[in-house]
Design a binder for this molecule. Structure first.
Ligand SMILES: Nc1ncnc2c1ncn2[C@@H]1O[C@H](COP(=O)(O)OP(=O)(O)OP(=O)(O)O)[C@@H](O)[C@H]1O
Length: 454
């Protein structure tokens, strides 16, 4: 969840969740107050259930409860929230399922269950706000949902920057197809696709994996850029892709760049990806941001003054996810303290987010400064080289990206040669550790930070 919603939102709402009993198909999560419980339930409930079910297919329900004294809980995660595995159980030992959850990579999965990756129920066409930057992509998505495999729309390739609604549109297509019925839909991220593929190889069930994939009517793969550099998985995807298109099935793919700009993907795959409908989701305009904020504020039932919406739409321009996160925080604050939202309270409540946006340091700038400082090639920021002379500056750049920008861990990972968010997490803690131990190193990092901030 942290990787998905970003640090700020995670800390505000999810950090205090404590794992309660795991019983059969139900897991209980506990929260300290009723307000938090209700908020987490309404905003994240479905997603939490989906993630648990994805990791442990036996779990069908996530129950959210207010903690009472004496409740049986598993230990909260370690202080940094990321080294959870080291936490010792409090009062009771977590049930086997709970332990399995902390080591998902060890799990050899049932490929079948993953083909029906859960869709986020919040992401439907109804909740997608249409404006100039996304109207074409929206129209294409609707068309595919209404008439899959139409000539000229297969594959549908949706692309655009981070947090601009690609996933939302894909889930909307899935939800609409399922609502209409009679069609099998498989949705998964490219990362999951690779993970499943590798798991299938390990458990010698690749034939089953392929057969299942090739039996769906509509296959949707999100964040395809993840497959850059993963040659075997690309190859497998290419064959699945061909088999499905040849059999008249629909493919929907999303990525952060157009097929022709996805250098690092095999040419033949890029060519095939670009031969259906390619739809770009452009950066949001001020008008679209206002419409999105208005829609979300109305849905929440809390009155948010127009001035505040305008202020947010001016300040947070990069992506809709952050815009939404900021608004959610304001709304929650208003609910919590029963005070109306004003421009003043907005600046106060969102001061950390707004500060991050004021600085406007980009990851590219950070990479450039750090490479100059240690005299390494800029390309090594995204290369696979692991020599310490290169790897350490890269870790520092990741650390600074986390500190100085409001990018989420997966976004940062992507900018560093498509690395995984766990690599970024590791880099951040490693640099913190080193700064504590080595004053000369700490001074170097501080100097870089000051240069970037000024
Ligand atoms: N036009 C829109 N209307 C309503 N909500 C939107 C719109 N665009 C984006 N959002 C919301 O912004 C958040 C981020 O969107 P989404 O996850 O679809 O982005 P993405 O393009 O897939 O990002 P990533 O590159 O990180 O995969 C979601 O909560 C989504 O509902």
């Amino acid at each position: 969840m942290r990787a998905e919603v970003g640090d700020v939102e995670y800390r505000t709402w999810l950090q205090q969740i404590v794992l309660g009993p795991v019983d059969g198909d139900e897991v209980t999560l506990m929260l300290p107050t009723r307000f938090l419980r209700d908020w987490v339930r309404s905003q994240y409930g479905d997603r939490l259930s989906a993630l648990w079910n994805q990791e442990i297919p036996a779990i069908r329900r996530v129950e959210l409860q207010v903690m009472r004294p004496g409740d049986v809980v598993a230990a909260p995660p370690a202080a940094d929230g990321e080294g959870g595995a080291s936490a010792a159980p409090a009062e009771v030992t977590p049930a086997p399922a709970a332990r399995a959850a902390s080591a998902p990579s060890d799990r050899v999965s049932d490929t079948r269950s993953d083909l029906v990756a859960p869709l986020d129920q919040r992401f439907t066409f109804d909740t997608f706000v249409v404006g100039k930057p996304n109207e074409f992509a929206y129209a294409c998505a609707r068309r595919v949902a209404e008439k899959p495999s139409s000539v000229g729309f297969n594959p549908l390739f949706l692309y655009g920057g981070v947090g601009l609604g690609k996933t939302h549109l894909m889930h909307s297509i899935g939800a609409e197809l399922i609502r209409r019925g009679g069609i099998s839909v498989a949705y998964m991220s490219a990362e999951k696709f690779m993970y499943r593929f590798i798991a299938a190889i390990r458990s010698q069930s690749t034939v089953e994996f392929k057969d299942h994939l090739r039996s769906v009517d509509v296959l949707m793969i999100d964040d395809l850029q993840f497959l850059i550099g993963k040659d075997n998985t690309q190859e497998e995807f290419f064959h699945t892709f061909n088999a499905l298109v040849d059999a008249g099935r629909q493919i929907v793919v999303s990525a952060d760049k157009s097929p022709s700009d996805l250098s690092g993907l095999e040419d033949r795959l890029r060519t095939r990806l670009g031969c259906g409908m390619v739809a770009d989701i452009h950066a949001t305009t001020f008008e679209l941001r206002i419409s999105i904020l208005e829609a979300k504020a109305t849905a929440s039932g809390v009155v948010v003054p127009g001035k505040v919406l305008e202020f947010l739409a001016h300040k947070i321009t990069t992506n809709v996810r952050e815009l939404e996160g900021a608004l959610n925080r304001l709304i929650a604050h208003a609910n919590l303290f029963g005070r109306p939202i004003t421009l003043e309270s907005t600046q106060d409540v969102l001061h950390d987010i707004l500060k991050a946006h004021d600085r406007r340091v980009t990851i590219e700038e950070i990479q450039r400064k750090v490479s100059e400082h240690w005299n390494i090639r800029l390309t090594d920021m995204s290369s696979a080289r692991r020599a310490r002379a290169v790897a350490r500056p890269r870790q520092v750049a990741m650390y600074l990206a986390k500190q100085l920008t409001s990018r989420s861990l997966p976004e940062i990972g992507r900018k560093f040669g498509n690395r995984d968010h766990t690599t970024v997490m590791h880099a951040v803690s490693r640099v913190q550790e080193l700064m504590e131990r080595d004053t000369a190193f700490a001074e170097d990092v501080e100097l870089l930070r000051r240069m970037l901030e000024s």
